[in-house]
Design a protein around this ligand. Structure first.
Ligand code: NAD
Ligand code: UGA
Length: 457
């Protein structure tokens, strides 16, 4: 009844949404998403999805139980599939050679062996996870070391969606990248994957390359994006000293079409599961090829991000008379960006821990990320309050720090908040989303990013 059986191993932030998009757009294919986590699979089967993403529930509902299925039966899904996407996690290695930089490929390799064990026919295996360049070679070596007379083609198809805009990014991507071996079998496998996306994406946006370019392009795209943020953040530090405004500088340079105006928002620092991990992986790869200058160049992007986070906390403590001991500080936002509940590598975590070291009392508010915050801060729950209502979080606080650019924060009744706070009241806008002049006139001492502060003393 279905023209193709597609399986996806790994039902996380990438596997779930990407497969929901394929299933929705291609009713002729059966798409089965599997995972070792029973809890995750169960959640995908309900309307309380395991991740928050605008528009995702509607997308899933459009295809679920029609041609989109979620299951823990990994073996059956492998056996049935013609094409297997693998989107398991590839975190930074925490042990042994390359610890702290290299990619931990144990989950990927485990999956490759499982695919080999369960398969009794040839299949296409698609790298959806972000992987070091040359991983496909290792995968081919594992998969094709079999005496079953079956052959696997490994294709690279990295994902470029951003959290918070995943559905839009999947429906209308800037491009889809598919890399393959340039052999007749490799090119045939590549065409099969192109055919899937061609169901809704114009052909001229489906880019095919050799497999190594595809693997490397994913790491490089993230490195370039993160580099832009570190570049503008480095300038924000200079703006704070020179009475320039980083927003005005970003606008002025962004109007140069060669530079472009996107991804130039100075912030408290970039977070998310991938920027740190992928840049550090790139650094490790460069080092392993003896390209130490190249490695140092990219490493500085992460160093600058660390500096921005550290600087933010330092500014807070200095502004509040060099001590925050016993002071209530409200953190507005814990997610690494707006429109997601994801808190992986969120600057909020670093900032919380640093403020706790300074013995502040924290009230953390976020519309979607408090469950993850509770897990991230499990060891210090007795020292913090997690509060859904921002007004309540701010009550009696000496300061508010805006960490996530949730739209709702700019629409709050800031006079009401000011009245409920200790005086002098401070606001540290780590996202530059508030009306700083209006807040200053209300009585707040305002510390934006990349602009000199507005102080009453
Ligand atoms: P995730 O942790 O949310 O999901 C990975 C899933 O894989 C988990 O649910 C885990 O249980 C499952 N898994 C691990 N080993 C397994 C096994 N042996 N069998 C079955 N399931 C297994 O991770 P994610 O954010 O979805 O990222 C996955 C990959 O996609 C990473 O390589 C990441 O770099 C890449 N990526 C992520 C994003 C993003 O926005 N999160 C964007 C682009 C690329
Ligand atoms: C990023 C990339 O944008 C995706 O293309 C990629 O697929 C993904 O990583 C991945 O590989 O995981 P994501 O991390 O979900 O997506 O979100 P971004 O919108 O890139 O934001 C990353 C971080 O940078 C956030 O903390 C965000 O607040 C921050 N940021 C972004 C800024 O500080 N300033 C900006 O101008 C833009």
């Amino acid at each position: 009844m279905f023209s193709k059986n597609i399986a996806c191993i790994g039902a996380g932030y990438i596997g779930g949404p990407t497969m929901a998009a394929i299933a929705m757009k291609c009713p002729q294919y059966k798409v089965t998403v599997v995972d070792i986590s029973e809890a995750r699979i169960k959640a995908w089967q309900t309307n309380d999805l395991p991740i928050y993403e605008p528009g995702l529930l509607e997308l899933v509902q459009a295809a679920r139980d029609r041609n989109l299925f979620f299951s823990t039966d990994i073996k059956a899904a492998i056996r049935e599939a013609d094409i297997i996407f693998v989107s398991v996690n590839t975190p930074t290695k925490t042990f042994g050679e390359g610890a702290g930089k290299a990619s931990d490929l144990q989950y990927w390799e485990k999956v490759a062996r499982e695919i080999l064990q369960e398969s009794d026919g040839s299949k296409i295996v698609v790298e959806k996870s972000t992987l070091p360049v040359k991983t496909a070679q290792a995968m081919e070596n594992i998969l094709n070391a079999n005496d079953k007379g079956i052959h696997f083609d490994v294709v690279s198809n990295p994902e470029f969606l951003a959290e918070g805009t995943a559905v839009k990014d999947l429906m209308e991507p800037d491009r889809v990248l598919i890399g393959s071996r340039e052999t007749p079998e490799g090119l045939k496998a590549c065409r099969e994957i192109v055919d899937i996306y061609a169901n809704w994406i114009p052909r001229d946006r489906i880019l095919t390359t050799n497999i190594w370019s595809s693997e490397l392009s994913k790491l490089v795209a993230n490195a370039f994006l993160a580099q832009r943020i570190s570049s503008i953040n480095s300038i924000s530090a200079l703006c704070e000293r020179t009475e320039a405004s980083v927003a005005e500088v970003a606008r002025a340079i962004g109007m140069d079409s060669r530079i472009g105006n996107r991804f130039l928002n100075a912030s408290v620092g970039f977070g998310g599961s991938c920027f740190h991990k992928d840049i550090l992986n790139l650094v490790y790869i460069c080092e392993s090829y003896g390209l130490h200058e190249v490695a140092r160049y990219w490493e500085s992007v992460v160093t600058m991000n660390d500096f921005q986070e550290t600087r933010f906390v330092r500014t807070m403590v200095r502004a509040m008379f060099n001590t925050v001991v016993g002071k209530r500080i409200a953190l507005f936002g814990f997610a690494f960006k707006a429109d997601t509940g994801d808190t992986r590598e969120t600057p909020a975590l670093y900032i919380s821990r640093k403020l706790l070291e300074e013995r502040a009392c924290l009230a953390i508010t976020d519309p979607k990320a408090l469950d993850n915050a509770r897990i991230d801060l499990a060891d210090v729950l007795d020292k913090i309050e997690l509060i859904e209502d921002p007004y309540q979080a701010a009550e009696g606080a000496h300061a508010i720090a805006v960490i996530t650019e949730w739209k709702l924060y700019s629409a709050l009744d800031w006079k009401k908040i000011y009245d409920s706070m200790e005086k002098p009241a401070f606001i540290f806008d780590g996202r530059n989303i508030l009306d700083h002049q209006a807040l200053f006139e209300m009585g707040f001492n305002v510390y934006p990013i990349g602009k000199p502060p507005l102080r009453h003393f």
